[in-house]
Design a binder for this molecule. Sequence first.
Ligand code: HEM
Length: 388
Amino acid sequence: MQAPPVFDVDPSDFHADPYPVYARMRREAPICFVPQLGSVLLTRRDDVFVCEKNIQVFSSHQPQGLMNRLMGHNLMRRDGDAHQAERRMLLPAVAPKTVAAHWRGIFAAHAARLLDELGPRGGADLHAAFALPFAAECLKSLTGLTNMRHQDMDAWSQAMIAGISNYQGDPAVEARCHAATAGIDAAIDDMLPVVRAQPNPSILSVLTAAGLPEDSVRANVKLAISGGQNEPRHVILGAIWALLTHPEQRALLEAGSLGYGQVFDEYVRWISPIGMSPRRVAQAHVYQGIAFEPESRVFLMFGSANRDEAHFAAADRFDATREQSRAVPFGAGPHFCAGAAAARMMIAEVALPAVFASLPGLHLDTREPVRLTGWAFRGVQNLPVRWG
Ligand code: HEM
């Protein structure tokens, strides 16, 4: 039994491209302590898969954590029965049945409206012109906060994400996060009477109708906003970029031997939009000969797990024809992404087919390079393209 070996990272290199570092970690120190992150990292797919389910040790309950302090106590920071009870209240809004019956048409209408406006332009950065407003309009519908501007939905989501990963304690980042949560609370204040009078399948409405205390309703709406904007936006841009830079995969798609569902599954394996999920060690534990100290912090590294060569041949290659069922981009335990069916509908069934159908001849505008950054939240930041 030993303490986790120390593995130093250069934070800016790690932010720019964590994958070479992950490969070394998996090879040399798959469970390691990274001083720059103040955490123990689990980097192999099987370790993530096993440990995430051991909630007695790897707990989601983090009362002192930034998420609790800044966004309120949501279901993602609960364990066991308390977590399951709250998750069950959310499910009517995001269950596959509701997504197919209710959200599909609403998401498709958002895509059609934005792409109709975009079509005549012949070129744009798809970040600002499509992925951002589309993800935000879908999330406004899904949360029930249809009174928000899509620009605020995106900005407040970013501000909360920055706030909850502000381990350096930067006061300006914290102030922006407080401003964002205040804006969301004001939007909730306006919409609560509306959904009380006329319930609908939105998250705000189903949680309120289930009788969840208002503080928890607010905390869970903020959770959906922090998790439901950035990732769809990143995946829409990233999957389009992957197809534009892998013409052989695009040809398979056009020939009908590949589906957008496979492109979606492979993209979220290849560049996982949520690279890690944190846990608190609730009791002393030994795993794979490594001692875990109570109250230490552990990161389940989904981004690394999904490139694990033990499970994925040529793991660094984007190949939508591969078998991806062992990938864990949405988690691998009781906290499996509650919005996964909505995300798949939004992206694989609505956004990707609509973009390629509405913008014929879509290709990269190579005058401006595409930027890809991040490790905890990783994604394409801009996508200059032309069509027609
Ligand atoms: C492609 C897009 C998305 C990806 C890759 C993604 C990924 C994830 C991951 C990795 C987790 C943590 C799982 C864990 O710790 O085991 C998570 C949790 C969660 N996600 Fe997503 N997510 C996406 C979209 C969404 C959307 C659109 C929503 C909106 C409703 C959403 C709502 C949630 C919620 C509520 C949780 C917490 C679940 C729980 O703790 O039980 N996600 N997501």
